[in-house]
Design a protein around this ligand. Structure first.
Ligand SMILES: Cc1ncc(C[n+]2csc(CCOP(=O)(O)OP(=O)(O)O)c2C)c(N)n1
Length: 292
């Protein structure tokens, strides 16, 4: 098949933008996801595509304080991808932010590279704050980071973490939520990727975690429900978190982001069977034709 995978050199600044600009960046991120996965021949397509809009606003909308040229800059905000299997979206975001060359995205899931199937500290990829992939552990680590910032060091840093909705079936998530809520960690923003899909089907059918909002509210979170593909709602949600943190509201923020697995690619749209599969060459070509 006549099909060559190439990555652009584009990088993006971290600043407030108009919705159309976010849309264009998110398209680049989605193209990266498809390209890196078709080369890897394994990995997760659906979740990363579904959360691309949110990740774009978070990293390229001026909501996180970070310095790609100085990744361990002490005052940086931290992002923990608790759904470690969604690594392709994080790798693309970090490359496009300037942490490493976008050409490194060709090495996803290859032996000995820094872009392993799940983020790992052992490979020293700039921008990765912790290893993750064992569901539930990332959120507990993020809560630990938020405790060290707010309770021990008393600094102004923020901690963002992203978990899946299926991931909420792990008991450790609720221990983490209880700690965060009872300690009033208003420097913590917990994002739930609510696509209602998980590896074996619909979350509500496999083992329901609904109502998500009531559960987080009962643990003292300020809960915001949004459409994860609406840039206005995304911006409002992150603005609200900033406000909560600044005014020291005494509650962590939870953003329930209603997303669509496989968003942007017609044959993956809202289909849990794309949770853990890569596109083949033909499918990648078709997906890239749609992502323009
Ligand atoms: C502790 C643990 N158990 C099982 C898995 C295998 N696993 C990886 S992703 C996944 C489903 C997660 O569903 P969800 O969080 O909704 O992610 P999505 O399908 O939306 O990508 C499972 C069971 C794991 N990574 N960690």
């Amino acid at each position: 098949m006549d099909f060559k995978v190439e990555f652009s050199d584009l990088t993006f600044e971290n600043k407030r933008r108009e919705p159309e600009e976010y849309h264009q960046i998110a398209l680049e991120i989605r193209r990266d996801i498809i390209k890196s996965l078709v080369l890897a021949k394994s990995g997760h397509s659906g979740g990363p595509l579904g959360i691309s809009d949110l990740m774009t606003v978070l990293f390229f909308g001026g909501y996180m304080n970070y310095q790609p040229q100085n990744p361990s800059y002490e005052q940086r905000d931290r992002f923990v991808l608790s759904s470690g299997h969604m690594a392709p979206v994080l790798y693309s975001i970090l490359a496009r932010a300037g942490y490493f060359s976008p050409h490194e995205l060709t090495s996803l899931r290859k032996f000995g590279t820094r872009l392993q199937g799940h983020p790992g500290l052992d490979v020293h990829l700039p921008g990765i704050e912790t290893s993750s992939g064992s569901l539930g552990q990332g959120v507990s680590i993020a809560v630990g980071m938020a405790i060290s910032d707010r309770v021990i060091d008393k600094n102004d840093r923020a901690v963002f973490t992203l978990s899946g909705d299926g991931e909420l079936q792990e008991g450790i998530c609720w221990e983490s939520a209880m700690s965060a809520g009872s300690l009033g960690l208003d420097n913590l923003c917990w994002i739930v990727d609510n696509n209602d899909c998980q590896i074996d089907g619909r979350v509500k059918n496999v083992m329901s975690i609904y109502p998500i909002k009531d559960k987080f509210e009962s643990f003292n979170f300020d809960v915001i429900e949004i459409d994860a593909h609406n840039y206005i709602e995304l911006v409002e949600a992150f603005d609200k978190f900033e406000k909560n943190k600044k005014s020291k509201i005494g509650k962590p923020t939870c953003i329930i982001a209603k997303s669509i697995m496989g968003k942007g690619v017609s044959f993956m749209h809202d289909d849990y069977k794309w949770h853990g599969n890569p596109p083949n060459l033909e499918q990648a070509k078709k997906a890239l034709e749609e992502l323009i």
